[in-house]
Design a protein around this ligand. Structure first.
Ligand SMILES: Nc1nc2c(ncn2[C@@H]2O[C@H](COP(=O)(O)OP(=O)(O)OP(=O)(O)O)[C@@H](O)[C@H]2O)c(=O)[nH]1
Ligand SMILES: [Zn+2]
Length: 361
């Protein structure tokens, strides 16, 4: 198979998975961007195409999660009369990050697929946040991607090795890397991780150094900004944003709004912290899954009725959870954190005992 496909992560395993589609006359391509529903920018062995899921695809695939996502390998065919391609199938994903869309049915939306390793970047100019690291690990494990913790800006910390040990103790078995792009320290293990064809995602708060690290993955300058494709064969103008880009060092970086949005740890931590009283009340409701509406023995309603909890405060809390699509906190969700299938349900994990390092990072 051509180098271009290999550049985008194609290998023998994918080729094996693709065999039935090859037999059906389809060609492989990788989704580099979701443009809008049904339309995708896909990279094949020659170039980037506008790919579309048409009728047949809809008939065969009922669920939202069956549709292509950035990072997916798909089976395409070329149209004879058009510069577009049809997408017929999505190869089984090795890993996936999903979000659960609003509503009771919890529709799964895949926001990125086939990420090999996901890096949580923290900046040592601020305190790292153990709760966030734990949540990140839950999300990463659920996705199947290898989690890696990157403690960047070690140049500004008096004792970065101590922080590394501390974090490592929190997450046994997970790689914890110490880096400084300024001093160009600790980049070697990162570059080894970012081998050609490997797909990575960098997560972390704004300003921790994700773009700088991405640049440092190779010695060349690298700008993970969108590309603009000017025209296609029929003279139409198509502008393609790329959410999967190839770093000059050869690794593939996925950065999608959906993936960033998954970092609800900020919001969840923030809401749970700001409304710790409500979280605490919810833990006293009779029913483990109390929604604090008409359930008997609801500690939240009781507190509202007695005036112990101000109505405006509760209304504010409800508004915030709805805005961010968080589940109402309940004893069940507050307790069995580690066993919940959906990590979003971990929104109100109570802070356990012991030392807590608080900060916005
Ligand atoms: N001292 C120090 N500063 C760094 C290091 N890495 C990055 N920075 C600086 O931190 C700032 C933010 O870096 P970015 O790479 O833009 O951070 P980012 O995570 O991509 O931020 P967003 O694009 O907002 O998500 C820049 O001024 C960098 O020069 C480092 O290792 N040490
Ligand atoms: Zn209740």
């Amino acid at each position: 198979m051509s180098n271009l496909l290999t550049d985008f992560g194609w290998n023998d395993q994918w080729a094996a998975a693709f065999a039935p589609h090859a037999a059906a006359g389809y060609a492989p391509a990788r989704v580099v961007c979701e443009l809008r529903r049904k339309f995708y920018a896909v990279q094949d062995e020659t170039k980037e195409w506008l790919g579309e899921c048409r009728g047949g695809f809809f008939h065969r695939h009922a669920q939202t999660s069956d549709f292509p996502a950035v990072g997916d390998w798909v089976a395409i065919s070329h149209r004879s009369d058009d510069d577009r391609v049809d997408i017929h199938a999505v190869l089984p994903r090795r890993t996936k990050f999903s979000r659960r869309a609003a509503g009771e049915e919890q529709i799964e939306q895949v926001v990125a697929a086939n990420i090999d390793a996901v890096l949580l970047v923290s900046g040592l100019d601020r305190n790292y946040n153990p709760a966030r690291i734990q949540r990140f690990l839950v999300a990463a494990r659920e996705s199947g991607a290898e989690p890696v913790i990157v403690l960047n800006k070690c140049d500004v910390h008096p004792d970065p090795a101590a922080v590394q040990r501390e974090v490592q103790a929190l997450v046994p078995g997970v790689r914890v890397l110490l880096t400084s792009t300024v001093r160009r320290q600790g980049l070697k293990p990162l570059r080894e991780l970012a081998r050609p064809g490997v797909t990575l995602a960098l997560l972390g708060s704004s300003g921790v150094g994700k773009s700088t690290l991405a640049n440092a993955l190779s010695n060349d300058d690298f700008l993970p900004t969108g590309e603009v494709r000017e025209k296609d064969s029929k003279g139409r103008h198509t502008t393609t944003r790329r959410e999967l880009v190839r770093a000059p060092g050869g690794a593939l970086l996925i950065d999608t709004p959906g993936l960033r949005e998954l970092q609800l740890w900020d919001v969840e931590d923030g809401v749970a912290e700001a409304f710790a009283d409500i979280v605490e009340l919810a833990r006293q409701c009779r029913f483990t899954d109390c929604r604090h509406q008409n359930e008997p023995g609801c500690a939240v309603r009781t507190a509202l009725e007695s005036g112990a909890l101000a109505a405006e405060r509760y209304a504010h809390y409800v508004k915030l959870t709805q805005e961010h699509n968080l589940k109402p906190v309940a004893r069940k969700t507050a307790r069995t954190v580690a066993n919940q299938p959906g990590w979003r349900k971990k929104a109100f994990e109570p802070k356990r005992g012991g030392r807590r390092i608080t900060s916005d990072d």
